[in-house]
Design a protein around this ligand. Structure first.
Ligand SMILES: Nc1ncnc2c1ncn2[C@@H]1O[C@H](COP(=O)(O)OP(=O)(O)OP(=O)(O)O)[C@@H](O)[C@H]1O
Length: 231
């Protein structure tokens, strides 16, 4: 589903490699954590999957397509395959919960009838049917993150990429968000999640890709229990 082949990234030609010879293969339906200390390259890796950054060298394939070669005008079509969840939710403050989720369908010109049918379904899935008419600033952090997850799934992406989705949430709320992401994964959506949260990684016992200094230094199923002292 996602393949990195010999990917290198330098932001500045005179500086070090932000990613160095990264080779990865993520399969359909995987739940993958990307971990590593600050500056390890997690965000760089994620931005490449979103086609916000291109590798300096190497290739990235997503769902059989070489995304390094996609023309600029085709990028919005590529991004429809990928849902995104950020640490800071990124909801539109002047739109209600319903409107925030509906907007993701409106911008790709989905029919009004489909929007009316699908948005309530997505809000039900994330447990927020009763908050449809609320604005983001009337919601807790956990509720705002649920809205952003509803927005991420509304166009049925094959992949959801999460950058520190629990970074602003307390442990109990984080557990609820992880349960929701696991439910979405159980329905067949591939999930890639960058996180610093060891407890969550240990609890999930899923695949963990560890980056250090831009290199993949670990890739195995289990917890965040690397012997490597600098992680
Ligand atoms: N726009 C940029 N220009 C120059 N260097 C950058 C840029 N963005 C990131 N870097 C460098 O690339 C390396 C990897 O950064 P990246 O943001 O991917 O790490 P990260 O693991 O996501 O860190 P964090 O956990 O703090 O978000 C770091 O050395 C960083 O300084």
């Amino acid at each position: 589903m996602i393949t990195f082949e010999n990917v290198n990234k330098t932001y500045d030609k005179t500086k070090h490699l932000a990613l160095s010879d990264v080779n990865l293969n993520i399969c359909k339906g995987d739940f993958v954590f990307v971990v590593g200390k600050s500056g390890a390259g997690k965000t760089t890796l994620i931005k490449m999957m979103l086609k916000e950054l291109d590798p300096s060298e190497g290739k990235i394939f997503v769902d059989g397509e070489d995304i390094t070669g996609i023309k600029r005008r085709k990028i919005p079509f590529y991004r429809r395959k990928v849902g995104v969840v950020f640490q800071d939710y990124r909801l539109l403050s002047d739109k209600t919960v319903y409107e925030n989720v509906a907007y993701a369908m409106e911008i790709i010109e989905k029919k009004h009838k489909d929007i009316k049918e699908k948005v309530p379904e997505a809000l039900k899935m994330v447990g927020l049917s009763h908050r449809e008419k609320y604005y983001p600033d009337q919601l807790s952090g956990g509720e705002q993150q649920r809205v952003s997850i509803a927005r991420a799934i509304i166009n049925d992406p094959k992949i959801i990429i999460c950058d520190e989705p629990t970074g602003n949430l307390d442990p109990k709320t984080s557990v609820g968000i992880m349960k929701l992401l696991k439910d979405i994964n159980d329905r067949g959506t591939t999930i890639i999640m960058a996180t610093h949260d060891r407890e969550i990684v240990n609890r999930m016992q899923s695949r963990v890709i560890t980056l250090h200094g831009g290199k993949v230094i670990g890739d195995k199923k289990g917890g965040y229990d690397y012997e490597d002292s600098h992680i």
